[in-house]
Design a protein around this ligand. Structure first.
Ligand SMILES: [Zn+2]
Length: 165
C-alpha cells in the first residue's frame, strides 16, 4: 500500500488542516492548530518543523504558516482521497456529511490511489457531501488559480473539518 510522500498519518492531518485553511484563503498559526486539534503548542511546533523540512510549508515561530506548492500538491492528493471517501461513505451509509467526514478521516490516509481512482470512476461528482471541491489528480496545482478567480467561493458553515481534521 503506497502512502503519500513520506508523511506520517499525524503529519498528514496537519497538512490537510493547513490546506483547508488555504482553500478558504486563511492562514493558520501554531495556536490555531493547537486549539483545533486539541494538542499542546510545542507538539504542533514539532510537526510544523518536520513539514517545513520536507518542503511542504514555510514555518517560522510566531508567524502564520504558509503552504508551499509542493505542500498544495501533496495535500491536494490527501484531500482528494478524503473527499472521494466522504462521497462513498455518505452513499453507502446514507449518513450526514459530518459522519461521512468522520468515517473518511479514519481511513483516508491508508487508501491507495488505485482504490481512490476506482471509487472516483463510480462517483462522478466533483464535490464532496459538504460541498467542497474534490481536487482532480492533475489539477491540484491549478486549483489555486481557479479558487482566486471565484471570489464568492462558498464557505460551508458546518466546518466539520475542525472536529475531524
Ligand atoms: Zn467534505
Amino acid at each position: 500500500m503506497r502512502k503519500t510522500a513520506s508523511l506520517t498519518e499525524n503529519e498528514a492531518r496537519y497538512l490537510k488542516l493547513i490546506y483547508r485553511a488555504w482553500e478558504d484563503s486563511r492562514q493558520l498559526g501554531t495556536t490555531d492548530i493547537a486549539r483545533i486539534l486539541g494538542v499542546q503548542p510545542p507538539s504542533v511546533t514539532e510537526v510544523l518543523q518536520i513539514l517545513h523540512s520536507k518542503g511542504l510549508l514555510r514555518y517560522k515561530r510566531y508567524k502564520k504558516i504558509e503552504i508551499t506548492k509542493l505542500g498544495i500538491k501533496v495535500a491536494g492528493k490527501l484531500l482528494r482521497r478524503h473527499r472521494i471517501l466522504e462521497v462513498y461513505f455518505a452513499d453507502i451509509l446514507k449518513c450526514s456529511p459530518e459522519e461521512a467526514c468522520e468515517e473518511a478521516s479514519r481511513v483516508d490516509f491508508h487508501f491507495s490511489d488505485r482504490a481512490i481512482d476506482a471509487l472516483s470512476r463510480i462517483y462522478s461528482t466533483r464535490t464532496c457531501p459538504c460541498g467542497k471541491h474534490i481536487p482532480v489528480r492533475s489539477q491540484v496545482l491549478r486549483e489555486r488559480e481557479h479558487t482566486s478567480s471565484v471570489p464568492n467561493r462558498v464557505v460551508f458553515s458546518s466546518e466539520h473539518q475542525r472536529r475531524y481534521p
